[in-house]
Design a protein around this ligand. Structure first.
Ligand code: ADP
Length: 226
């Protein structure tokens, strides 16, 4: 279980996260939604321990970082490193021995090409494959469905459901609400760095209906489409 207590994060004078209190249990999938700039990525970076923050983030496991796989929106790769070398590096970090990466290359990635030359979707799939091979307990996936083809999206959805069945903790952000509602048990709505709501699937569907009403309103009529 991960417990977040009174989390705050500022960038200079800009308060990005304010008084965030949350808990995440194993065997459940949590969806984090909110408009651009709401603070989703910043929240993920705080949990992943990538950036400093005030407040407390604790976990039942000895050292959260050693059990967590973080998929960034735009994964970063060092120059002149092939996909295969990248996977080897991630496995080395966890002392995991994989005989042949080709056997687990479910996304058909060109593993002997430089990762920096991969397309956006391929980079995301390589980074995801890396954290899966690490056999982490906790997965933070920032926009896992973005920029990835339909076939891979189906596969990623199944991967998420399989990890849930394996009693892992999953925290996911996405703007594709229909995909999120397919996999998530709970939904955290962030607004201006604060938790606007933290609800189950049924309650989120109501919130989604309201969102549609308020966001779309009469905007289409204003276009005067004929
Ligand atoms: P989201 O993921 O919900 O779109 P972010 O967490 O990326 O939102 O950003 C939240 C706010 O924090 C935005 O106003 C963004 O401009 C600001 N922000 C994010 N990263 C930085 C940074 N490194 N320096 C300054 N401001 C940042």
């Amino acid at each position: 279980m991960i417990i977040i207590k009174d989390l705050c994060k500022n960038y200079g004078d800009n308060s990005v996260l304010t008084d965030v209190n949350l808990s995440f249990e194993a065997g459940l999938v949590y969806g984090v939604v909110g408009p651009n700039g709401a603070g989703k990525t910043t929240l993920f970076k705080c949990i992943a321990g990538i950036i400093p923050y005030s407040g407390e983030i604790t976990c039942m496991l000895d050292n959260l970082k050693n059990h967590m796989g973080f998929l960034a929106t735009e994964p970063y790769f060092m120059s002149f490193i092939t996909g295969r070398e990248y996977l080897q590096l991630l496995c080395n970090a966890r002392n995991i021995h994989v005989k042949n990466f080709d056997d687990s290359n479910i996304f058909d990635l060109p593993l002997d090409r430089y990762a920096t030359n991969y397309s956006t979707g391929m980079k995301k799939k390589l980074a995801l494959m890396g954290i899966l091979l690490q056999k982490n307990q906790i997965f933070i996936l920032d926009e896992p469905f973005n920029g990835v083809d339909v076939q891979s999206n189906l596969l990623i959805t199944e991967i998420i459901l399989t990890l849930k069945a394996l009693h892992k903790t999953l925290i996911i952000s996405s703007h594709i609400l229909s995909t999120l509602t397919d996999v998530c048990d709970f939904f955290i709505v962030l607004k201006d760095g604060r938790i606007d709501s933290n609800v189950d699937l049924e309650a989120f569907k109501e919130i989604e209906k309201e969102m549609r009403k308020t966001e779309i309103g009469n905007k289409i009529e204003k276009l005067g489409l004929r």
